[in-house]
Design a binder for this molecule. Structure first.
Ligand code: 9MR
Length: 340
């Protein structure tokens, strides 16, 4: 897959979890053979990288960074500042951090970003600094990070800290259900525009330069592929284009396409519809000069958050382009056909 993407000027990557490879060498081999970019699936989420205030655990993030370096792959960091209020049971923000006074929690946010960015400076090409700050109608989520400023100032503070800690990494805002024009994507557009218009002075090779706070917009791309669920591609294209016109890069950062399943099995017709969605999303990226590429949120149905959390997606599954036993589904051909 990577070999096809390269001549088109795009990278094709995948989320990666080192633990998935422990008893399954195939997971690692396929990731390395087919993708040219690896993203920490959980390694840089706060509950993994800082399970207690001030206590860092880099084992998982290091494992992904080291694997990427050994194999000359692009390495991307995901979701530094995230507090999904609809999935509080995941405890992405550890309870001891949630319990801190807001001003101390704000300082912890800055320190956490600084520590992670400095550790991977020169190694991480791209970092999604803030993830999912908005709800479905475009209001700021009243999460543990918002609670430190009660407005979007915390987002500016997070990007400023990231830029100062590593002036070379590409900094992204990332969100789901923002692919099309909507109240939500309007609100994100407004934020990205203001982040782009705000600069911070950083030191690059001994020179002080003013850099905008943001470089890119990540559209997660958790798509549906069943009958009557095909995405409105022209809507996606025009929405992505308006972000690109701000002068930022864009990327599909968590692409997967879930389809109806019965006991885990999708119909032939739905697998073909899924192929089309993967094909179209790849095409959108190819047609957009500012799209850097695609990151699949998992590449095998054996190892995907859609498979792991069946209750969240009752009746849906089989969202990746490879089967449980790593055989290519029509979806794989959908991506490859677009890249050829
Ligand atoms: O794919 C990730 C899954 O393995 C984790 O258990 C979960 C919670 O840590 O996070 C998943 O990834 C999320 C991503 O970081 C942000 N967008 C939504 C993804 C699915 O929840």
């Amino acid at each position: 897959m990577a070999q096809l993407a390269k001549p088109r000027g795009k990278t094709i990557g995948t989320a990666y979890r080192s633990t998935y490879a422990q008893n399954d060498p195939c997971y690692r081999e396929v990731a390395l053979a087919e993708f040219d970019s690896l993203t920490t699936e959980i390694g840089t989420m706060m509950n993994t990288v800082q399970p207690e205030p001030g206590v860092f655990d880099f084992r998982e993030a290091d494992a992904v960074a080291d694997l990427a370096a050994q194999h000359h792959k692009d390495f991307q960091i995901h979701s530094l500042i995230w507090d999904p209020l609809d999935q509080l049971q995941w405890e992405i923000v550890p309870s001891a951090i949630r319990a801190m006074a807001p001003d101390r929690r704000h300082q912890l946010m800055i320190d956490s970003i600084t520590t992670v960015m400095k550790r991977y400076a020169g190694r991480a090409s791209t970092v999604t600094v803030v993830n999912e700050a908005f709800d479905q109608v475009g209001h700021l989520q009243p999460n543990a990070w918002w609670d430190t400023t009660h407005n979007d100032e915390y987002i500016f503070d997070a990007f400023r800290a990231a830029r100062l800690a590593d002036p070379t990494a590409e900094l992204y805002y990332n969100d789901h259900s923002a692919e099309t024009n909507s109240d939500k994507s309007n609100a994100i557009y407004d934020l990205v525009k203001r982040l782009r218009d705000t600069t911070v002075e950083v030191d690059v090779n001994g020179q002080t330069v003013a850099r905008p706070l943001i470089d890119g917009m990540g559209f997660q791309g958790h798509m549906l592929g069943g009958a009557d669920q095909q995405p409105n591609i022209s809507d996606i294209e025009s929405n992505v284009q308006r972000f690109a016109a701000l002068g930022v890069d864009v990327r599909f950062t968590e692409l997967d396409v879930r389809v109806p399943v019965l006991n885990g099995v999708a119909t032939v017709a739905d697998l073909d519809r899924q192929r089309l969605v993967y094909n179209m999303m790849t095409q959108v990226c190819l047609n957009q000069p500012r799209c850097t590429g695609l990151t699949l949120w998992g590449f095998t149905d054996k190892r995907s958050w859609i498979t792991d959390y069946p209750d969240s997606f009752s009746g849906y599954g089989a969202a990746t382009p490879l089967t449980d036993d790593y055989r290519r589904k029509p979806a794989w051909k959908g991506i490859a056909d677009a890249l050829r």
